[in-house]
Design a protein around this ligand. Structure first.
Ligand code: CA2
Length: 152
């Protein structure tokens, strides 16, 4: 039975397009499919999920600040902002709860510009390369960290 604080699952730019383009890179699941799967798994682990997507960097910053008090942990796929956003890096640094950087693809195996992660320099850890399963693995990590009461 879910109780306590939710796990926030925050998604960055263009992830609303999942399932429609580039399935060879990102898989065929839509973001709604991923939301349903993570909500189910989190429920089994005793957590509710707040699942959001934005194309706007500042909105993701606002949601990270909101999560500081309201969430047990954050699963963050910042998409392209992963590689560029000092603002997201600083927002993660400013909150004590664990933030788990998550990716469908494996950025380390792709173009050079994806090899830098400003999010990763502030996050608790990184899960990447397993398609939609990356999100389920991140939920497992988030729930385990929340249970242990660990802070990032
Ligand atoms: O692999 C991931 O999850 C990424 O965060 C996805 C980002 C990319 O910039 C990161 O390097 C790795 C891109 C998300 C764009 O998603 C699309 C989905 C369908 C069609 C076009 C883009």
């Amino acid at each position: 039975m879910p109780d306590g604080k939710p796990i926030y699952v925050l998604n960055g730019p263009n992830l609303n397009l999942l399932g429609s383009r580039e399935p060879h890179i990102y898989g065929s699941a839509t973001l709604a499919d991923i939301e349903a799967a993570v909500t189910k798994r989190a429920g089994e682990l005793g957590h509710t999920v707040v699942f959001r997507q934005s194309n706007i960097e500042g909105e993701l910053v606002d949601w990270l600040q909101e999560a500081r008090d309201k969430a047990a942990a954050v699963v963050l796929n910042a998409a392209a902002y992963t590689h560029t956003s000092v603002a997201l890096h600083d927002a993660i640094k400013a909150i004590a709860i664990p933030v788990i950087e998550t990716h469908l693809s494996n950025p380390a195996a792709r173009e050079d510009f994806r090899h830098v992660s400003l999010v990763g320099k502030a996050a608790k850890g990184v899960i990447a390369g397993f398609g939609a399963t990356s999100y389920l693995l991140a939920i497992e990590a988030a729930a385990a960290l929340a249970k242990e009461g660990q802070n990032a």
